[in-house]
Every structure is written in C-alpha cells, then in structure tokens.
Design a protein. Structure first.
Length: 157
C-alpha cells in the first residue's frame, strides 16, 4: 500500500485593510530538529493521532534519541512565494474570503504555540496540528483540503 500524507500550512492574503496589502503571508511549522522518525510509526499512528495523544509542552530534545525531532517550530514568511511552501500540485481551500485582516490573530496564535515548545511527532502534534490550531484560534472556519493530514484534529491552544 502507498500512503500519502500532506503538510498543512496557512496563507493569509491581506487584500485590504492596513499593513502590507497584497502580501500572502505563510504560516508553517516544522520540527526544530531533523530526527529519524519510524516510517511504520507514522503509518500506524496516523489513524489514532487526532484522539489518543496528548501534547507534551516544554520539550527539550534528547540528543541520545535519534528519533526525537524536537519541538514544533513555527515559521512565518512575509510572502508565500519566498516561503519554501510553493509546490506544483498544492491543494488549497479558501476558508474565508473577506477583506478583514486576520494576520494579527494568526501571529498571536502562532506565538502562543511557539512559546509552549510542544514536542513534534510525525503523527501529531505536528505541522498539521499547528496549522489547524491557529485557524481555529483566529475563529476561521475549520476546513482543510480533502487529504490525509495526520495530527490535523489536535488542538494545541
């Protein structure tokens, strides 16, 4: 069987209002350290990632454990095209089409998650948990592309 998992991230396009109108800010998260996660662990854990795990806060990486990927590290790019997230075949969902500026709310939520130093796990909590958590915290609709995204159901804040 071939498993395809997706990495969720948020693009906030501030078309109107104050600030850098027209920029598409990108909110992503990655592990703070390149670990060596078990492929089998990711496959078997994906189905239970949203309901069975607790987020471990204040994580300090164990250097003797090669599988320890560190903590969830938010990365915010001022423009989508320089974010590293540009890829052919990316699937997008518009979660709210409005001239309201959600960037401050997304920045605040991202900062909250970053300060918690939540242990990164490929099956969650992870970048998918981060993306969906900041969207929910900003009170935006809770939608994602119709793809498999382990950890997307975990709320981090």
């Amino acid at each position: 069987m071939v498993y395809t998992y997706y990495h969720l991230f948020v693009i906030a396009w501030n078309r109107g209002g104050s600030g850098a109108s027209g920029l598409k800010m990108t909110f992503s998260a990655f592990p703070s350290h390149d670990g060596n996660p078990s492929v089998w662990g990711a496959i078997s854990g994906a189905s239970t990632s949203d309901s069975s795990k607790q987020a471990e806060e204040g994580h300090k990486r164990d250097p003797s454990n090669d599988a320890d990927m560190g903590y969830i590290k938010p990365e915010i790019a001022p423009d989508y095209y320089t974010s590293g997230e540009v890829a052919l075949g990316n699937k997008f969902v518009t979660i709210r089409d409005t001239n309201a500026n959600y960037v401050p709310k997304l920045l605040a939520a991202s900062s909250q998650i970053g300060m918690k130093r939540i242990k990164y796990d490929p099956t969650g909590p992870n970048s998918n948990s981060y993306a969906m958590s900041i969207v929910r915290k900003a009170k935006l609709p809770d939608r994602k592309p119709a793809v498999t995204a382990p950890g997307a159901g975990m709320q981090l804040i």
